[in-house]
Every structure is written in structure tokens, then in C-alpha cells.
Design a protein around this ligand. Sequence first.
Ligand code: NAP
Length: 280
Amino acid sequence: MRIAVTGAAGGVGGSLMALLAGRDGVEAFPVTRKEADLADGAAVREVIYRLKPDVVVHCAAMTAVDRCETEQELAWRINVDGTRAVADAARGAGARLVYISTDYVFDGAKDGPYTPDDPPHPLNVYGATKWEAEKITLDIPGGLVVRSSWLFSRRGKSFVRTVLELAARQAEIKMVNDQTGAPTWSKDLAAAILVCIEENASGILHVTNAGACTWHEYAEKVLALKGISGVAVKPITSDELGRPARRPKNSRLDCSAYAALAGRPLRQWDEALKEMLETL
Ligand SMILES: NC(=O)c1ccc[n+]([C@@H]2O[C@H](COP(=O)([O-])OP(=O)(O)OC[C@H]3O[C@@H](n4cnc5c(N)ncnc54)[C@H](OP(=O)(O)O)[C@@H]3O)[C@@H](O)[C@H]2O)c1
């Protein structure tokens, strides 16, 4: 099976490339910004036609949520037009498309975890572009949308790194305590994506590590697991933080359909975080 991975230098794409490397019966092809910028539809199509993949896993996106709010035109160009180019190319090449999406398609008003059937209602531009790209994916026969949340990774910028950097400089750090979600290791998500491919899944699946916490609880767990004491973590509200993009208060996703497909859910988020921090 030939698998092309967009965003192959990012958190999820990089984890997926690492997982696929040397796997029997799989040839994996990285599609990074260097090979094809999502803003250049012709380049995207050319690369995918040339690779002749059986599956395209589309991880690349403009992921900076606040930047999407302040640079809306660019966000739509990269996340929506770019996905349309990837989808057209996948369809033309006869490849299945797997699109990685987000909890931010929901507004967070639900009392309980969101199921894949719940209607999206994004609060911010990032979420709106991701929902639009989901619809493009689902228009392709066999298209699969995998929604995840609060990803952490060994690569690049992440909440975990930010917490550790702040704790190294400050005696007190402030963390939002009115948003709840499931931190998810990109390595565990990559393994789940491969299960979805092997099981020929289509439609929408929710995939996160099990359990949930607030950003405040998440930060406290990062410090505890690293054995860092003497740094106070002060709870604040989203309004006090005052970011350009609004975020859902409830980001929990119901992953039972994925668990049924895979035969088990992903492990608890803090167990995954512990393993990631041991190797960071
Ligand atoms: N991070 C989260 O918490 C989270 C949560 C739920 C869902 N998701 C979704 O999961 C997917 C992967 O996220 P991630 O955390 O792995 O993000 P990431 O680390 O920011 O990786 C995104 C990748 O997309 C590439 N990219 C951005 N703009 C591009 C462009 N114009 N042309 C080509 N490539 C471009 C980036 O390349 P450069 O390195 O060159 O910039 C980067 O490699 C995304 O679709 C995201 O929306 C993320």
C-alpha cells in the first residue's frame, strides 16, 4: 500500500511517517511544504498524481488558531482551498482520503462528549475552515474524517513545551480552567489512523486519548510528571486570557465508534503524556 502524508514534518504527519517507516507492505511518501505548498493547487495535484498513492492522509493545515482569526483569507486558502486541491488529486489518482480534523468544529455548549453525528457549530475561523474541509473530504467516496483534540508531540511547538518553558522562567504561571478536553499524543493518534486505514473506515471518527482535563489540570500534570515543584499554577478564565479566537468550553469527543472499530480505546491521556515526557 502506498500512503502519501501531507504535513509530514508536523506533529501528526511526522509521527505517522515514523510509524510507517519500514512497515511491511507499506510505502510512505512525505509531502511537506517543500514538495508542495497547499496554496499552490497545481503543485499539490502534480505531486499526488506523481506518487500514485492508494491513500492520502492529509495532516497539513494552518494550525495556529489565533493566527487563523487574524489572517482569515490565508486560513481559508490553506485549509479549505488547499484541502480541495488534495481531495481533487486523491480522487483523480483513485486514492482514499483521510482528513485530520479537530474538536474546534464544535461550539462546546453540549453537556457531555460530542459524537460524530453531532452537528458542528464552530466558534472561530480555524474551526470553520476545518469543517468546510471535512465536507470536501466526505464528498469523496470512501473519504474519512478523523477528529482529534489538544495534540502534543515531541516535534515543534506544543502546550507541553510552552508549560515547561514558562516554568523555567516564572514562579507563577496562569492557565485556563474553563475549557475541558482530552490531550492526545500524536504518536497514539498516528497508530489509530493506521488502524482506520487498515479497517477501510469511512465517514467521521473521533479519536483522542481517554479521559479529560482542563488546561490548568494539564499544566499541573506536566509539572508533576517532570518533578518540577515551586511553580504555582494559577487558574484563570478564557476571558481573562483574552485570545483573538474563542474556544469551546467543552471539547470532549465520544470515541466509542473508534474503540469498536479498533477493539479498544486509546489509553488514558496522562499515561501517554508520561511516556512522551520520559523521552522528550
Ligand atoms: N494541534 C492540535 O492540537 C490539533 C488538534 C486537533 C486536530 N488537529 C489537526 O491535526 C492536523 C495535524 O496537526 P499538527 O498538530 O500535526 O500540526 P502542525 O505540527 O502544525 O503541522 C502542520 C503541518 O502543516 C504544514 N503546513 C502548514 N501550512 C502549509 C502549507 N501552506 N503548505 C504545505 N504545508 C503546510 C506545516 O508545515 P511547516 O512545518 O512547513 O509549517 C506542518 O508540517 C491538522 O490538520 C490540525 O488541524 C490539530
